[in-house]
Write a protein of this length. Structure first.
Length: 284
């Protein structure tokens, strides 16, 4: 059963507060997303999130329904942030060394750059020989967070006695170094990109100062961390994940408000730093 015409008209009138097409153009909302279908979808997603919020606000929903409103908002705003992040990385930053390093990451590992020393190269050659390959076919990694993997698991992947000396050269803990043979042509660029954690994508933006606020300097770092937090909150869309999280952080109005503010602020900061994006795109 639908609402009466009078109710529908009243709701429609109430919804006039939602951002319209003129607002999006005036604000240059995600103008850096030059792919028209993607930008159009971002705007539609934003409008939908705002409509849902205003509808629930107007009906003064109780807490159990309020949770549903927040869950939907977080999902939609996080999706906007993710879509914009992916576009910016691929369209503007794919020639940067930071982007290329991001694609090299392997789960809980990160690539170690080997110094140009005769001894280091000789050690790599010995390790490669153990694999039956050349030096270019192996990579040296270190754990990104030693709490994410047991030392035993790391040791099992390090059968090379040469690692003891190499660890000294690299100034790394021997037990946290991993040697892996490269399996070539198993993933194309897009597949590699899809396997990258969202937090690592945000770290690329941060390392290149893409979201620096030209009007304020005190909240730059926090903005990057908030983007990660919103994306993590999106996982609480799953009921079980949310219930497990409830002991620490609940899905409350703060999440919805933060997601809204960061989705709009993300667009503003991208516009402010458009020159950086253009310069990065021109890199060889």
């Amino acid at each position: 059963m639908t609402f009466s015409k009078e109710t529908t008209d009243e709701i429609t009138q109430y919804m006039t507060h939602i951002e319209n097409e003129q607002w999006f153009e005036k604000k240059q909302f995600y103008n850096v997303v030059t792919d028209n279908p993607t930008r159009k979808r971002i705007i539609e997603e934003f409008q939908s999130a705002r409509y849902i919020y205003k509808f629930f606000e107007g009906t003064r929903v109780t807490q159990k329904f309020l949770r549903a409103q927040i869950r939907v908002q977080v999902l939609m705003y996080a999706s906007i942030i993710e879509a914009a992040t992916d576009f910016v990385l691929k369209e503007y930053l794919s020639n940067t060394k930071e982007y290329k390093k991001m694609l090299q990451k392997d789960g809980w590992l990160k690539v170690i750059e080997i110094p140009e020393s005769k001894e280091a190269i000789e050690l790599l050659d010995k390790m490669a020989k153990s694999y039956g390959v050349t030096r270019d076919d192996i990579k040296i990694f270190t754990t990104r967070d030693e709490t994410e993997v047991t030392l035993k698991k790391v040791k099992d992947k390090n059968p090379f006695p040469e690692l003891d000396r190499l660890a000294e050269i690299l100034k790394q803990d021997r037990q946290n170094i991993v040697v892996k043979k490269i399996t070539r042509n198993t993933k194309n660029a897009e597949e590699k990109f899809l396997s990258v954690k969202f937090s690592d994508k945000v770290d690329v933006l941060k390392s290149l100062n893409i979201l620096d606020n030209t009007e304020r300097e005190d909240d730059n770092s926090k903005f990057y961390e908030d983007l990660k937090e919103i994306y993590l909150a999106r996982n609480m869309i799953h009921i079980e994940a949310e219930m497990k999280k409830n002991g620490a952080k609940k899905m409350n109005l703060d999440y919805g408000k933060l997601a809204y503010l960061r989705a709009t602020g993300f667009s503003t900061l991208l516009n402010q730093n458009k020159d950086k994006l253009e310069k990065a795109r021109e890199m060889k």
